[in-house]
Design a binder for this molecule. Structure first.
Ligand code: HSE
Length: 434
């Protein structure tokens, strides 16, 4: 039997517009392949211009959220507005009227999933958010279904296209951050206010959702260590390249014996790691499960049609399944407080120092590392080999150090002590994922 399902879309921007287009263009395809007659019954957007561009007929244009939630033909409400203001109020209104909600809103799910899922359960409707993370890459359903046989031990993701585009350009063209950001803004890759992307907030929201799914416990974003790419220098990307490393903004989640470790920061990975070849605005998530071993999902993390692909996959799921599938982090806020998180995590580190080029300085610096219990893998004055001038002070030279694994607290202590020696300073500290 064909299921007839009416959909409403709130917010007809890039993602909402792509969703409208996909649902309209593929209507007959879903009818044939899914036996679902999915029609857009109503849309809501304050800009009539956007609705005109999409050619949305007048009779489908709602004047308020009330019109949508009180429309009996609407079974599924798609929220593609973004943010946690009006979007949250509209999602709650839809759930309270028994409508299943499909959202692409990572900030909303990251910050309010407990509250929203409780409302959804109370009213017997679904809350789906495949499009909230990594655009068209079906990572949420993979975590919910595909790898559910596993204890997921680790995930590493390039989950933000804007920063990956910037870092790829900096690596390929030897350009500096500020110029590359300007170019990315000119081409429409980076927003006018790029803070959300370049300072790692977008990745942090996504990591909160993905690690909550992977580790079956809510991972509040407040527990995520976050550092963006705005202080990255082209010099470090170039030095890293010489040493066989690629720099990526990684979202890392680990489920360890000591607790859950979650962090977003620029990270050097070996050039041979599959994530090192994820370039430009592409995204990827690399997962390690105890049964499946390593898998990687790769694709477009943003854009109208790739993100609509994820939104519509949820719409089709909701339209064709009578049983509702909720997220796997069902615990309450009270239970969450018992989840242990590791803040003094372990990592290997890359340090770039600018030091006086005189006898005995290296011995003093290595003495500091020794006293702090940090073992070194590599010490290099690679700038000499590269035959470039990297320091404005002609008496100072860059010194690159790679450490074995140590803790955040130890490396920060060592940096403090090196800066106090009076022979130079630590100019860059970048984590290395081995
Ligand atoms: N701004 C995001 C990115 C896309 O650059 O990847 C939406 O999550």
């Amino acid at each position: 039997m064909v299921k007839k399902v009416g959909v409403a879309i709130l917010g007809l921007g890039v993602v909402g517009g792509g969703t409208y287009q996909t649902l309209v263009d593929h209507h007959d395809f879903y009818l044939k392949t899914q036996r679902a007659d999915i029609t857009v019954e109503a849309v809501l957007d304050k800009s009539t211009e956007r609705l005109d561009v999409l050619g949305i007929p007048n009779e489908k244009r709602a004047g308020s959220i009330d019109e949508i939630v009180n429309n009996p033909a609407v079974k599924i409400v798609v929220e593609t507005i973004g943010g946690v203001g009006v979007a949250k109020a509209f999602v709650i209104a839809a759930l309270e009227h028994g409508k299943t909600v499909v959202t692409s809103n990572k900030e909303l799910i990251c910050k309010h999933s407990h509250e929203l899922e409780a409302i959804a359960k109370k009213h017997g409707c679904g809350l789906y958010f495949e499009a909230s993370c990594v655009g068209g890459v079906p990572i949420i359903r993979t975590l919910l279904d595909g790898v559910q046989a596993n204890h997921i031990q680790k995930m590493m993701g390039i989950v933000n296209g804007t920063t990956n585009y910037i870092l790829t350009k900096m690596a390929n063209e030897g350009a500096d951050y500020a110029d590359t950001l300007k170019e990315a803004q000119r081409l429409g890759y980076a927003e006018f206010d790029p803070t959300n992307d370049v300072e790692g907030f977008d990745s942090m929201y996504k990591l909160s959702i993905l690690s909550s799914m992977a580790f079956h416990t809510k991972v509040p974003h407040a527990n995520i260590y976050r550092e963006g790419i705005s202080k990255i220098s082209g010099k470090d990307i170039a030095f890293g390249k010489e040493l066989g490393y690629t720099l990526k903004l990684l979202a890392i989640g680990k489920n360890t014996d000591k607790g859950i470790e979650v962090r977003v920061h620029p990270t050097f990975i070996d050039d041979s790691h599959p994530l090192a070849s994820v370039n430009d605005s592409f995204n990827a998530v690399y997962l390690t499960g105890d049964a499946v071993d390593d898998i990687m999902l790769y694709g477009r993390g943003a854009g109208a049609l790739p993100t609509a692909s994820a939104v519509v996959s949820d719409v089709i799921y909701a339209a064709t399944h009578s049983e509702i599938k909720y997220s796997t982090f069902k615990n309450t806020e009270k239970a969450d407080r018992k989840t242990k998180f590791v803040s003094d995590f372990e990592s290997a580190y890359y340090l770039r120092l600018s030091v006086d080029d005189v006898a005995g300085v290296l011995a003093q610096i290595s003495g500091v590392f020794g006293k702090c219990g940090i073992s070194l893998i590599e010490v290099s004055q690679i700038a000499h080999k590269m035959n470039r001038v990297y320091d404005q002070n002609p008496n100072r030279v860059p010194l690159i150090i790679i450490t074995h694994k140590t803790t955040e607290s130890r490396i920060k202590k060592a940096v403090e002590k090196i800066n106090a020696l009076g022979h130079g300073e630590v100019k860059a500290l970048i984590r290395v994922e081995k």
